[in-house]
Structure formats: structure tokens, C-alpha cells
Design a protein around this ligand. Structure first.
Ligand code: GLU
Length: 297
């Protein structure tokens, strides 16, 4: 119950941070939960395609994180996720001719992303989701739409003096089940005791409580969590992997992968991608980098 209360406080905190940031930058405070890029009204898809089916239904189901500030964080008032991943979802929906309020958002944690796609519970997963060969054996990816890197977060003041992953041998480090971060950490530092939770907000709690000396995942996620609680955490400088974020799609829907790849390419070119970044992750993580090259399917 106390954890729930703290999480609720953190969620309200991020809403306050977002509003303050909006005021500080002079940008209008936009309701990110429902706004989206202009919906394409001139769509024309091949008969029988996945795109035609989604468009005709006027609905797309997207899996994302609900507890990751900057990328996918559920707004406690609207119940809808906000962040860069949510904006990518709206961008894809808009190009399918589906408005943002017709997206059905489903919470995915790291470990259930592939199963949710395979079971058809979601049409796409946009959830700080690294494209890798193991995952590509069972699902497809559009993208990448961003390249993150794995890093470490420690308690404020860094009492265990962790300067990089190799200092974690013999120590407790938190990671999330089913994440590339947990596999990378085990491979890189076999002597580390990797403590697994199902979500990053729970890892942050364990770090705060001193149950682990560090938590490890992408710099993007760590930066977002720290922005909620700057007095509690420090980021260890540097990254030690490359994590290209893709949009997960079930096997057999290669038409949708190609469509999303094209949608990303045009969003990179027309500024929609940069706008999405600036309104979300960019407020804490800084200016948008150059967009990555989309891998052709
Ligand atoms: N990008 C990594 C992954 O896809 C870590 C972040 C996450 O678990 O969502 O596994």
C-alpha cells in the first residue's frame, strides 16, 4: 500500500514536472494524452492489407509501458500513457487515418511484449523495445526510431562507489525480467547478483531502499526515473551498449512493418519526430539527436 502511495505521488510529481517544464520553456501546456499529429484523411490501402483492416475498424491496440516517465507514463487523470513512445504510437495511428482517441493502450512490461504480439493481444508494441536477433526470431520490428544505450543508476552520493558495470561483481544490481538489460548485465559481469523485478518503478524502489547498489537499463529510462526523484538517485556517466528502439509487430504482418518504416522515414523528414521528442523526452534528455537510419525490412 505504501509503495502504491509512493508511486501515485511520483506519478503526480511527473505531471507537475511536465507542467512546470511547459511553462519554463514558454511552450503551451499541451494535453499529450489525446493530442496527436494531424490524422491522414486521404489514406488508400491495398484491399485485405493489415493497414486497411485497422483503418476500417478505426482502432489500433498498442502495447506500451505505463510506469516509464518520458516514454510511457500513465496519466493518472486520463488513464492514457504519455511520452515519446506514446507519441510514436499516435504518429503511426494518424498515418493509418486513426485519431489518437481511438488508440487502445495496453500496458506491456518488458517480459510480456513478445507474447502479447504473438497472442494478437496488441497490434504493435512501442515500449523502449530493443531490436535484437533473438527477438527477431519470433516477431518483426519496424524502425529503429531511436538509439538508446544501457547505463547504471545508483543511490545519491554513490555510496558503493560504482563507476561502471565491472564494479558490480559480487554486488546486487536490479534489472527487469525479460529485458535486454538483464541479459547484457549477466553476460558482461557474470559475478553480479542480478535481482529481477517486473517493472522499472519497482527497481527504483529497491535501489532507494538499499536492497541493491545499482539498477541497470537504458539511459533514457534511468534519466526519466531520476527526473522524478533527483535527490534520491545519481546517474553513472556513460553507456555500455547500443539499444536501437523498434516497433514490435507480429510475424505475418510484414505489410504493417513496411508501412511503419515509411511512416517513420517521413516523420524524420517532416519534423514530426523531432516535435514528438521535444515535447516529451527532450524536456529532460535534451535536444533530439539525428534520427537513426530505418532498416529496410
Ligand atoms: N531496451 C531494453 C529492452 O528492450 C530495456 C528496456 C526495457 O526493458 O523496456 O529490453
Amino acid at each position: 500500500m505504501r509503495r502504491l502511495a509512493r508511486l501515485a505521488a511520483a506519478l503526480l510529481g511527473v505531471a507537475a514536472v511536465t507542467l512546470t517544464a511547459a511553462c519554463d520553456s514558454g511552450a503551451p501546456a499541451i494535453d499529450l494524452s489525446n493530442s496527436g499529429p494531424p490524422v491522414d484523411t486521404t489514406v488508400n490501402f491495398p484491399a485485405g492489407s493489415t493497414m486497411q483492416r485497422l483503418h476500417d475498424a478505426q482502432k489500433i491496440t498498442i502495447g506500451t509501458k505505463f510506469d516509464q516517465p518520458l516514454f510511457g507514463l500513465k496519466n493518472p487523470v486520463t488513464g492514457r500513457p504519455e511520452g515519446f513512445d506514446a507519441e510514436m504510437g499516435k504518429l503511426v495511428a494518424a498515418r493509418l487515418g486513426i485519431p489518437a482517441n481511438r488508440i487502445e493502450w495496453v500496458e506491456t512490461v518488458s517480459a510480456n511484449r513478445e507474447p502479447f504480439l504473438q497472442q494478437g493481444r496488441v497490434d504493435a508494441v512501442i515500449a523502449t523495445y530493443t531490436i535484437n536477433d533473438k527477438r527477431k526470431e519470433i516477431i518483426n520490428f519496424a524502425g529503429p526510431y531511436y538509439i538508446a544505450g544501457q547505463s547504471l543508476m545508483v543511490r545519491h552520493g554513490n555510496p558503493a562507489e560504482i563507476a561502471g558495470p565491472d564494479d558490480l561483481s559480487g554486488k546486487n544490481v536490479c534489472a527487469v525480467e525479460g529485458s535486454a538489460s538483464s541479459t547484457n548485465m549477466r553476460n558482461r559481469v557474470p559475478g553480479a547478483h542480478v535481482v529481477l523485478f517486473d517493472s522499472y518503478s519497482k527497481c527504483a524502489e529497491a535501489l532507494k531502499n538499499g536492497q541493491v547498489v545499482a539498477m541497470t537499463t537504458d539511459n533514457t529510462i534511468l534519466g526519466g526515473l531520476r527526473s522524478l526523484d533527483e535527490d534520491a538517485f545519481d546517474l553513472v556517466p556513460g553507456t555500455f551498449t547500443q539499444e536501437p528502439y523498434g516497433i514490435g509487430i507480429a510475424k505475418g504482418r510484414e505489410d504493417l512493418v513496411r508501412f511503419i518504416d515509411d511512416a517513420l522515414r517521413s516523420a524524420f523528414a517532416d519534423g514530426a519526430w523531432t516535435t514528438a521528442w521535444d515535447r516529451t523526452a527532450g524536456r529532460i534528455l535534451g535536444a533530439a539527436p539525428a534520427p537513426p537510419d530505418v532498416e529496410s525490412y
